[in-house]
Design a protein around this ligand. Structure first.
Ligand code: PLP
Ligand code: FES
Length: 389
């Protein structure tokens, strides 16, 4: 029997993998030590667990363990990377390059930088959601200290040309920060291959717990320095003070290890179902895929249903299917998606768009159910709509 509602919003968050929960449990109770306590075994045991997790997290993204700074999630990592570079490199310049389709955690941090006297270039995207590399290179000037571009978009799944961006940044001696929250765990990410200097990601997008994330900070070629945004006991090499969330970090590490082992087969399975869902829904008249379909995460399909009221569509089946019209934190807003608008999609069509995002616990039975429900709702709504409107 199919259990309802069917979860189809894995880009908003993922359930914890039971293997992750199991790994975390002892660190809430028996092994409750503070990883910074150096004088007794409770502290040593916690520290050992954090060390292992740091290795597991680093390995998934091709980093060294000492290059991982644990944070409370990708929002904090985004803030630390951008504000930390802006403060540290003030003597070199005050110019940051980013893009209009970034996540709010980057957009709003860059707006804050503008208020603090920084200069921000907001790159546009084309109709497929990709930036223009020559436009990026042309935007670099002597005062540029940071390029901040996301790896994969949370709403459309579109993957930017990250290694090319890394090469441009290196050629001009500018640091490259990437918000890779949606990419890590879903596709192979390698900070060395990709030329990334700083990178944000989050446990709850890859079957780990909420409230824990990481910032990768390159230590060699070049050595990146950051001004801490949280001062205190000097944890995480002075970049992020605060007692470490040991159970959360242990879970994050375990989740990364599982992704590393299973990502390849998992993404093949999930993309097969995503393709089936997409092919079947785009068979309906006037259903369009948003974003480049070649460079895309394996689990996402963002679709516009022309001539259908988006809200009606969602209300039509949302009790039984958990999907969203875009990002989780803007899902309550009445504004059309800034990502779809930046791709030149009309307000009306942006309102009639849904993001389907599948994941580890999706099943073929669920896909069939989603297909049947969405098709029936679209048909019903289109019939309700008076002709010519
Ligand atoms: C691209 C991107 N960046 C940042 C975040 C924020 O992550 P967190 O919830 O860990 O703060 C998200 C989560 O939705 C995201 O998709
Ligand atoms: S925090 Fe993820 S969409 Fe907003």
């Amino acid at each position: 029997m199919l259990k309802l509602p069917v979860y189809c919003d894995y880009n908003a968050t993922t359930p914890c993998d039971p293997r992750v929960v199991e790994a975390m449990l002892p660190y809430f109770t028996e092994q409750f030590g503070n990883a910074a306590s150096k004088t007794h075994s409770f502290g040593w045991i916690a520290e050992e667990a954090v060390d292992l997790a740091r290795e597991q997290v680093a390995r998934l993204v091709g980093a060294e363990p000492s290059e991982i700074v644990f944070t409370s999630g990708a929002t904090e990592s985004d803030n630390l990377a951008i504000k930390g570079v802006f403060d540290m490199y003030a003597g070199k310049g005050n110019h940051i390059i980013t893009c209009v389709t970034e996540h709010k955690a980057v957009l709003d941090t860059c707006r804050h930088i503008e208020k603090m006297g920084g200069e921000v270039t907001w790159l546009p995207v084309n109709s497929e959601g990709l930036i223009d590399l020559s436009q990026l290179e042309a935007a670099i000037k002597s005062t540029t200290i940071l390029i901040s571009l996301m790896y994969a978009n949370n709403e459309t799944g579109v993957v930017q040309q990250v290694p090319e961006i890394g090469a441009i940044a290196k050629k001009h001696g500018v640091l490259f920060f990437s918000d890779a929250t949606q990419a890590v765990g879903k596709i192979p990410v390698d900070v060395k291959r990709d030329g990334i200097d700083l990178m944000a990601f989050s446990a709850h997008k890859l079957y780990g717990p909420k409230g824990v994330g990481a910032l990768y900070v390159r230590r060699k070629n070049p050595r990146v320095r950051l001004t801490a945004q949280l001062d205190g006991g000097g944890h995480e090499r002075g970049m992020r003070s605060g007692t470490l969330n040991v159970p959360g970090i242990v879970g994050f590490g375990k989740a990364c290890e599982i992704c590393r082992n299973e990502m390849e087969t998992e993404s093949r399975r999930i993309s097969g179902w995503r393709n089936k869902l997409e092919a079947s829904l785009t068979d309906l008249p006037d259903v369009l895929v948003n974003g480049n379909t070649q460079n895309r995460l394996p689990n996402v399909s963002n679709l516009s249903f022309a001539e259908v009221d988006g809200e009606g569509l969602m209300l039509g089946f949302n009790k039984n299917i958990a999907v969203s019209s875009g990002s989780a934190c803007t899902s309550a807003s009445m504004e059309p998606s800034h990502v779809l608008k930046a791709m030149g999609i009309s307000d009306e069509l942006a309102f009639a768009s849904l993001r389907f995002s599948l994941g580890r616990f999706s099943t073929e039975e669920q896909i069939d159910y989603i297909l049947q429900q969405v098709k029936a709702t679209v048909d019903r709504l289109r019939q309700l709509k008076p002709a010519g409107i």
